[in-house]
Ligand binder design. Structure first.
Ligand code: GDP
Ligand code: GDP
Length: 454
């Protein structure tokens, strides 16, 4: 019975993990100042998506986890960017276009106190072509006076307008119910699927050499294949043959075509990075070996770790690295890469082709770790020795006991420790470090969760 209960807990953990993989994406689009950020705040229920009053400020966080009615989804706020020279209308249309490519469902927000503007109409025109569900949100309906006016928004051709007040929360529950109905139940294609070529995200700050490396890897376009027998390929991905194996480099369309948005380029780059990482199983994080590790590099790394994806660090432009730079790097890496001491490093040059052939084996190692499961028996034999030698620190006069552990999940490997008390973060990190020393897991994040048994 005790074991049945543990089994049930493990099953629940596994189900939660699968749900996380299958998490659908909802994009919020609309003109500036219609209340997108306010609505996002309302939905996620916290003040994380800070409402910016400064025009043109790029928000570095663009996607949030949201929960409603027992469902988890990713909410993407396409807010923090400024319309470019081509004008507001084109920018909002481009934003809607991007949402159609990246999201499973779209919320178009209109300011009901203003009514439908030409820009709203332009965005609607784009979204009417959408194969994904689109919900029309009439925001700023703070009281009944505006309610009648919202009927005029039927003219946008997107179906029934949903009147809400994001600011006061009016009808936002109804809106969320309507949203949930539109979100797909089944796993999103491209995230959880494990058949077909393995999925790789090639990410890194602008100008680090992503396009150059992609071209080099695919032999200057030569071996890029657009279709493989029995596989349908999303046009935004590239199939690349490396080391006798076909790999799917996800979301590379922007790299190849060098699409650049004059304004909000950083915002789009960050959104694209997040999208690519989420769609991939393993990320190649490209760093510029000739330059110190930057905040932007660390943000990309953090995204990979938080998404729980396997990871290979590729130091590009190695042809520019001299003796002095090499010395400087040693300490820099120690400090800069504390979060990913487990990631394999390869030194490459997209320009000369140096060592690019080491990338495929590193990807394989990382994925093997990401897929690996340590049998419960082996895990507990090791763990009981470890804990006997180094017991968890006493807290509040009590000695927490680790009763049992299991590797509840893979992709990423996830340990669950069943304990009689709280385990400090330091001790969890100690367990993770020893676990890696014993069982490997190079190239993959490892999660350590604790279930305290009453
Ligand atoms: P965004 O640019 O679309 O992200 O818009 P914001 O969320 O930044 O909101 C723009 C302004 O509209 C802010 O001053 C908000 O407080 C205000 N606002 C947002 N939602 C509502 C609402 O439901 N009613 C009213 N009266 N004001 C709102
Ligand atoms: P992306 O913005 O990350 O796609 O970067 P690009 O591939 O466009 O590269 C940016 C610049 O760096 C270009 O001028 C490239 O020629 C240069 N570059 C890329 N890889 C290397 C390399 O390995 N060595 C050197 N010296 N330059 C490189």
């Amino acid at each position: 019975t005790e074991f049945a209960r543990l089994d049930a807990q493990i099953e629940a953990a596994e189900a939660a993990e699968e749900a996380a993989l299958a998490q659908p994406v909802l994009a919020v689009v609309g003109r500036p100042n219609v209340g997108k950020s306010t609505l996002v705040n309302r939905i996620i229920g916290r003040r994380e998506a800070v409402v910016q009053d400064v025009p043109g400020v790029t928000r570095d966080r663009v996607a949030y986890d949201a929960y409603w009615g027992g469902r988890k989804f990713t909410l993407v706020d396409t807010g923090g960017w400024e319309p470019d020279a081509t004008g507001l209308q084109a920018s909002v249309a481009a934003q809607a276009e991007l949402a159609m490519q990246t999201a499973d469902a779209i919320l178009l927000v209109i300011d009901a106190s203003v009514g439908a503007t030409a820009t709203d109409e332009a965005a609607s025109k784009v979204l009417r072509r959408s194969k994904k569900p689109v919900l029309l949100v009439a925001n700023k309906v703070d009281d009944d006076r505006l309610l009648a006016d919202t009927a005029s928004l039927w003219s946008l051709g997107l179906g029934e307008p949903h009147p809400v007040s994001a600011l006061h929360g009016r009808s936002s529950g109804d809106l969320l119910d309507a949203i949930l109905k539109t979100l797909p139940e089944a796993p999103r294609e491209g995230v959880a699927a494990t058949s077909g070529p393995r999925r790789v995200a090639l990410v890194g700050k602008p100008n680090v050499g992503k396009s150059s490396l992609l071209n080099k890897l695919s032999g200057e376009e030569r071996s890029v294949v657009d279709s493989v027998a029995g596989t349908t390929v999303d046009p935004v991905d590239s199939l690349v043959e490396l080391d006798g194996e076909t790999w799917r480099f996800v979301d590379t369309a922007g790299l190849r075509k060098r699409v650049n948005f004059a304004a909000g380029a950083e915002y789009y780059a960050s959104l694209r990075t997040k999208t690519a990482i989420d769609a991939a199983e393993v990320a190649i994080v490209l760093l510029d070996a000739a330059e110190p590790i930057s905040e932007q590099d660390l943000r990309v790394l953090t995204m990979v770790v938080e998404a729980g994806r396997a990871c290979v660090l590729a130091f590009n432009k190695w042809d520019l690295v001299d003796e002095d730079r090499r010395h400087a790097m040693v300490r820099e890496l120690e400090r800069g890469l504390v979060r990913v001491p487990w990631a394999e490093k390869v030194n490459v040059s997209a320009l000369t082709g140096r060592s690019v052939r080491k990338i495929a084996p590193a990807l394989r190692t990382a994925l093997a770790s990401w897929d690996k499961r340590v049998p419960t028996g082996q895990l507990n034999a090791w763990l009981s020795d470890l804990i006997a030698a180094t017991p968890p620190p006493v807290r509040g006069g009590k000695q927490p006991k680790v009763l049992f552990a299991t590797q509840a999940g893979i992709r990423p490997p996830t340990l669950v420790l069943f304990t009689t008390g709280f385990l400090e973060a330091g001790y969890r990190r100690f367990i993770e470090r020893k676990f890696r020393e014993k069982f490997g897991f190079e190239g993959s994040p490892v999660r350590v969760n604790v279930r305290v048994r009453e």
